[in-house]
Design a protein around this ligand. Structure first.
Ligand SMILES: [Zn+2]
Length: 77
């Protein structure tokens, strides 16, 4: 399993596994949840934020803590 899919809980050191964050309507955001730098601007050329990247959610199997981790932003555009 890749390292990015293995996390350790900061509270109880339990194993954390990837989860999908949903809203109350059941809509899932497995890949559309993203982060970017606050002062980043949409690129005129690509229509994207240059510093945007995916947000990956993990939940501790022991205590239920949910943590969000920013992935590497897509440098290929
Ligand atoms: Zn935990």
């Amino acid at each position: 399993m890749p390292d990015e899919l293995r996390r350790t809980c900061g509270d109880c050191q339990g194993p954390m596994s990837p989860i999908v964050v949903m809203d109350k309507l059941g809509r899932a955001y497995p890949s559309s949840l993203e982060y970017r730098q606050p002062d980043d601007r949409l690129s005129f050329w690509t229509g994207k934020y240059p510093t945007a990247g995916p947000v990956n959610a993990f939940m501790c199997q022991a205590c239920g803590r949910i943590a969000l981790y920013g992935g590497k932003h897509d440098e290929t555009g």
